[in-house]
Ligand binder design. Structure first.
Ligand code: HEM
Length: 138
């Protein structure tokens, strides 16, 4: 089920505010993820500063797929396939979400309120479920 118009507005507003600080936010994201889950470090082969599983890309995919997840089904299916091929497991999506949300909380401060968090969670989980389903179907 797609997110509501209000949830989409909350997500877009918070995304804009992190977008302006995307370089430090990306760096912080990797620090947080690997502090929480050092075992996931080995999945990332590229230079983290330059490319890789970009924080920005992930947030952008969430934002792009908000109201019309069916319109981006093919993109999420491809991402699901590429991630399964990289060795990403279904259970890895939860620590990824928690690291993303910790960084969003740091950057948004009081703006990271319960309603905004719930909206992000719905959008992230909807997107992750599609990627996971595609990866399983490989
Ligand atoms: C939550 C949804 C996720 C989205 C939207 C997402 C998005 C992306 C994107 C756009 C890329 C760039 C390459 C490409 O286009 O295929 C990428 C790469 C990658 N992602 Fe994700 N990702 C997600 C979840 C995860 C999770 C849970 C993990 C594992 C913990 C992960 C690990 C990786 C790795 C290892 C790469 C390759 C980069 C490298 O080799 O350094 N991703 N991801």
């Amino acid at each position: 089920m797609a997110v509501s118009a209000r949830e989409a507005a909350l997500i877009r507003a918070s995304f804009r505010s992190v977008h302006d600080r995307i370089v430090p936010a990306s760096r912080d994201f990797y620090e947080v993820l690997f502090r929480r889950r050092p075992d996931l470090r080995g999945l990332f082969r590229s230079d983290l500063a330059g490319q890789g599983m970009r924080f920005m890309s992930t947030l952008q995919v969430v934002v792009d797929t908000l109201e019309a997840p069916d319109a981006v089904a093919a993109r999420l299916r491809d991402l699901g396939h590429s991630h399964a091929a990289l060795g990403v497991k279904p259970e890895n999506f939860e620590p990824m979400r928690e690291a993303l949300f910790e960084v969003l909380g740091t950057y948004l401060g009081v703006g990271w309120d319960a309603e905004t968090q719930a909206a992000w969670r719905k959008a992230y989980d909807q997107m992750a479920a599609r990627m996971i389903a595609a990866g399983r179907a490989l």
